[in-house]
Design a binder for this molecule. Structure first.
Ligand SMILES: [Zn+2]
Length: 486
């Protein structure tokens, strides 16, 4: 998410992948069987829909434009306009990403895990990676399969065609029903992943805590989806060129969510306290001042009630910007904690969260326009003629999932460069590559990071350079800056 820059924990990605990557699955057989009896293509708004059709034929949100030549011509014109806007937006995003990404921070030597990690540490990382790969890839495959099912078949329209009530209620219920189906398949994979985390000593949660966390994440996800889809379907029912306000709305929602994320969503999952008075706090605030980054406070999250992993991050921007360290990190030697915070100051100074949010907001706008363009191509297969139809919730959710899966690797490429820049910032600020390397080793060993991710994992999941890459960067920095190479 663009609202947050994780500092250092590849294993937090692994942890998150239990929830995020292991996502969806094909619909459950009982439900699919139950809806087959009735053809939802026949269900509509009933009398109310018919009335609208007579009174306002050109504005009927659920009329199939392909069946009305005048509406069809207008639709084609709108689609051409949308395609032009789409091309312009894509060019702007590419240009912003190309110019704001620090492509060449510092040329680092080749990574060499064997130089800094013992054979046992490497073997443990490989074993953990092998064990978690299966649920991760299975989750990814199920996510893709479910999204494809929603986009390329009338499954979603059929399930949602069973729902009754006003359109807004059917949108809300549609989101809840599809989220529940996805989660029914995701849940066992999540349990599997959590069991592995416990086997390897990374999780400190019991099942009650794990379940509560998972339900809260689901609640947030479903709430945001409902909000987006209510606005989208509502716009499509009123405005022919709904993609214009939808793009503006998606843009605004991304900025608002990223701004509110630290104060609205993070407290749902963790308690945050000011770092206690003492030499660590003084040193961190001194360092921030030296760095020219205004920081009033460093917050400590009670992550230890969930995990043993180490991490820190910057989230929010402007008035909500904050630097957070996990309480698990505070057991590390003080100079190592300072190095982690120095990395976070690098994010703060470069306004990485704000830039990420702006690129994300443009991406969200592009997504809204793309939805308008692509929907015409998939609506027949998906069995829904218009976004104004609440049954379109399924195909929209499927397209959103596919869109975010496709964009993931591009986001990772940018993220890895941004992370490398924050690492160089930490080295410039502390001029202490030896502690930097010690800290990287601690992070990698504690979080059981993948020390040599294969190309597929790297492309799909690596938001940070690998630990050996970060260590190689520190050595190159030392050579360049005339500091003894650790
Ligand atoms: Zn970072």
């Amino acid at each position: 998410m663009s609202g947050r820059r994780d500092a250092d924990g590849p294993s937090e990605e692994a942890e998150a992948s239990g929830g995020e990557v292991t996502a969806a699955g094909p619909g459950d057989g009982v439900l699919a069987g139950a809806v087959r009896a009735k053809d939802p293509a026949q269900t509509d708004d009933g009398a109310a829909g018919a009335w609208r059709r007579r009174e306002h034929p050109a504005r009927d949100p659920e009329v199939d434009p392909a069946h009305d030549p005048a509406v069809g011509a207008a639709e084609r014109r709108f689609r051409r306009q949308a395609a032009v806007v789409l091309a312009v937006l894509a060019a702007v995003i590419l240009a912003v990403a190309a110019f704001s990404t620090p492509w060449r921070v510092l040329a680092a030597g080749p990574p060499d895990p064997a130089r800094d990690f013992t054979a046992a540490e490497i073997a443990r990382a490989q074993a953990f990676d092998a064990a978690t790969s299966l649920p991760s890839y299975l989750g990814l495959a199920l996510t893709l399969a479910f999204a494809a099912l929603l986009v390329a078949t009338p499954f979603g329209a059929k399930v949602l065609g069973r729902l009754k009530g006003p359109w807004w209620l059917r949108v809300v219920l549609g989101v809840l029903v599809l989220t529940a189906i996805v989660e029914a398949v995701r849940w066992p994979l999540g349990v599997w992943f959590e069991t592995l985390l416990r086997d390897y000593g990374l999780s400190t949660q019991d099942w009650a805590g794990w379940t509560a966390d998972r339900l809260k994440s689901l609640g947030v996800e479903a709430f945001l989806l409902c909000l987006m889809l209510l606005v989208l379907v509502g716009l499509a029912r009123r405005v022919r060129r709904w993609w214009i306000p939808a793009a503006v709305g998606a843009c605004a929602l991304t900025v608002v969510m990223s701004f509110l994320y630290p104060v609205v969503f993070e407290p749902l999952f963790n308690d945050f306290t000011s770092m206690p008075q003492g030499s660590l706090r003084d040193n961190l605030l001194d360092m921030a001042e030296r760095d020219g980054v205004p920081v009033q406070d460093v917050l400590v999250a009670d992550a230890s009630r969930r995990t043993t992993a180490l991490n820190a991050y910057v989230s929010g921007f402007g008035a909500t910007r904050r630097i957070v360290v996990y309480d698990t990190l505070l057991k590390a030697p003080q100079p190592q904690v300072e190095l982690v915070v120095a990395h976070e100051l690098g994010h703060a100074e470069a306004d990485d969260v704000l830039y990420g949010t702006l690129v994300g907001a443009l991406g969200a706008a592009l997504g809204a326009v793309l939805l308008f363009v692509v929907f015409g191509a998939v609506r027949r297969r998906a069995g829904v003629t218009s976004i104004a139809d609440p049954r379109a919730v399924g195909v929209v959710m499927g397209l959103m999932t596919l869109g975010s899966l496709i964009m993931g690797p591009a986001q990772n490429v940018i993220s890895r460069h941004v992370e490398a820049r924050a690492d160089v910032h930490a080295l410039d600020l502390t001029r202490d590559p030896a502690t930097f390397i010690a800290m990287q080793k601690r992070l990698a060993i504690t979080n059981i990071s993948d020390l040599s991710p294969d190309p597929v994992e790297y492309v799909l999941y690596a938001s940070h350079p690998s630990s050996p890459e970060r260590i190689a960067l520190a050595r190159s920095w030392a050579e360049l800056n005339g500091v003894p190479v650790p």
